[in-house]
Structures are given as structure tokens and as C-alpha cells.
Design a protein around this ligand. Structure first.
Ligand SMILES: [Zn+2]
Ligand SMILES: [Zn+2]
Length: 78
């Protein structure tokens, strides 16, 4: 399975798994730092940095932010 740069520890260890109970949410987890975040699939958008439709809305226990899996940019949502 493909891995991406973890927004928490910046290692190439971030990957998703399907959660069948909450169909609109995808669970992302890092197997290096054990960081967990939830992606709302309905909010995917085009990244203004790299121009790809690769920016996901991620939410964890403390914050919500945009994260681009292509260029790794993180944009906090206030
Ligand atoms: Zn990590
Ligand atoms: Zn990007």
C-alpha cells in the first residue's frame, strides 16, 4: 500500500484504511508515530500550491486542517 509523508512526524509512513461503519470518513494512520486523523471524503479539493486535486480535509483530536498528499502542504483551519 502506498504511503505518504506524515503531517505529524514528516516520515513516509502515513497511510489510510477503510472504516466500514462511517462510510464518509477515511481513517489515516502513521505507523511511525501512531498519529491518527480522519478524512472527510466529501471535502476533497484542488491544492492551490501544486494544482492537483489532492488536498484532503483531515481532523484529529485537537485540530482540523487541509493536507495535500502530493506536495505535503498543511493548511490549518481556524
Ligand atoms: Zn507520523
Ligand atoms: Zn499540493
Amino acid at each position: 500500500m502506498a504511503t505518504h509523508i506524515c503531517p505529524n512526524c514528516k516520515e513516509d509512513s502515513f497511510t489510510w484504511s477503510i472504516d466500514e461503519e462511517e462510510s464518509s470518513l477515511t481513517k489515516w494512520g502513521c505507523y511511525n508515530c501512531y498519529y491518527i486523523a480522519w478524512e472527510d471524503e466529501t471535502l476533497e479539493r484542488v491544492c492551490s500550491n501544486c494544482g492537483k486535486k489532492a488536498e484532503f480535509n483531515l481532523k484529529d483530536d485537537t485540530k482540523e486542517y487541509w493536507w495535500c498528499w502530493n506536495c505535503c502542504r498543511v493548511t490549518p483551519i481556524p
